[in-house]
Design a protein around this ligand. Structure first.
Ligand code: CP
Ligand code: NVA
Length: 310
């Protein structure tokens, strides 16, 4: 990277064209195959990733950490609460200081505006590890998982049931880029907000909204749901009451295509958004999906460091 050029951030899928994301997925497939063969190429030797968590995480934390180590890089794990961020040092100043020490930052922070503030001031790449707006690393892992089970995602019919949340927004972005049909089925109260509606309008024919779960799931190749209460949501009781008709249970799942698969980014709230029968059933690929966070994020790390082929 030249002194004045912008770093290769990974903030949202709609910042990218199809080919860039395709290249990242293809690299992830190669890196996964190498690992299964016992090979761990030292692609990220001498690179240090700082990870800042303002919220809880199991998958994102462990998969980025392990991913860096398997590619010979190193990590520093930071909690926002232990940093001067918690004593009102600005994100911009934090980014400028960290840019003098480390090679890239991965952050989980609720406010997307805060993510943008950090990235704008950072001279090293910043990766979005989830904000309340979006979760692009997750949907890259989901696409990789879909293609492993069912071939090219182009033209696939995907149904999202439940809360119109951060993971869904990244699916809205992916729908247009990868040319799939995404059907959103959510109650009005927890349906797409104004900002998501604007991105749905940009997605055009690739995104539909259908209120009735049985109609929305009909013909689906992939059924996706997520928790009804995301980090930062305060109205848990009200959400559970209103979202109950959108639970993915076996009778509803049976209305998707016979060979449809089921995904959930995890953590799941069994008995709320999905029943045990579905998440532990034959159609569920949730643990492959969790595993692929590791492989796809290695490829995302390669992208931000300018490694496009191996
Ligand atoms: N899916 C996901 O991001 O999980 P974690 O919250 O455990 O990181
Ligand atoms: N929508 C969930 C995803 C957790 C990985 C949340 O934001 O809490």
């Amino acid at each position: 990277m030249g002194k004045n050029s912008k770093p290769n951030h990974f903030l949202d899928l709609n910042d990218f064209d199809f080919q860039t994301l395709r290249n990242i997925l293809d690299l992830a497939i190669k890196i996964k195959a190498l690992l299964k063969n016992g090979e761990r190429p030292a692609l990220l030797k001498n690179k240090i990733l700082a990870m800042i968590f303002e919220q809880s995480s199991t998958r994102t934390r462990v998969s980025f950490d392990v991913g860096m180590r398997q590619l010979a890089g190193e990590t520093i794990m930071l909690s926002g609460a232990d940093m001067q961020l918690s004593r009102e040092e600005t994100l911009a100043d934090t980014a400028k200081v960290m840019s003098r020490y480390i090679d890239a930052i991965m952050i989980r922070i609720l406010s997307h505006d805060d993510l943008i503030e950090l990235a704008s001031a950072s001279s090293v790449p910043v990766i979005n590890g989830l904000t309340s707006r979006s979760h692009p690393c997750q949907v890259m892992a989901d696409i990789m998982t879909y293609e492993e089970h069912k071939g090219s995602i182009k033209g696939a019919k995907i149904t999202w049931l439940g809360d119109a949340n951060n993971v869904l927004l990244s699916w809205v972005h992916a729908a247009k880029i990868f040319d799939v049909t995404l059907t959103i089925c959510a109650p009005e109260q927890y349906g797409p907000n104004q900002s998501m509606l604007a991105d749905i309008a940009i997605a055009g024919k690739n995104v539909k909204i259908i209120a009735d779960p049985s109609l929305a799931i009909n013909g689906a190749d992939l059924v996706v749901t997520d928790t009804w209460v995301s980090m930062g949501d305060k109205d848990a009781d009200e959400r559970i009451k209103i979202l109950t008709p959108f639970r993915v249970d076996a009778p509803l799942m049976a209305k998707a295509n016979k060979d449809a698969i089921f995904m959930h980014c995890l953590p799941a709230h069994r008995g709320d958004e999905v029943t045990d029968e579905v998440i532990d059933g034959k159609q569920s690929v949730v643990f492959d999906e969790a595993e692929n966070r590791l492989h796809v994020q290695k490829a995302i790390l390669c992208y931000v460091f300018g490694i496009t082929n191996i």
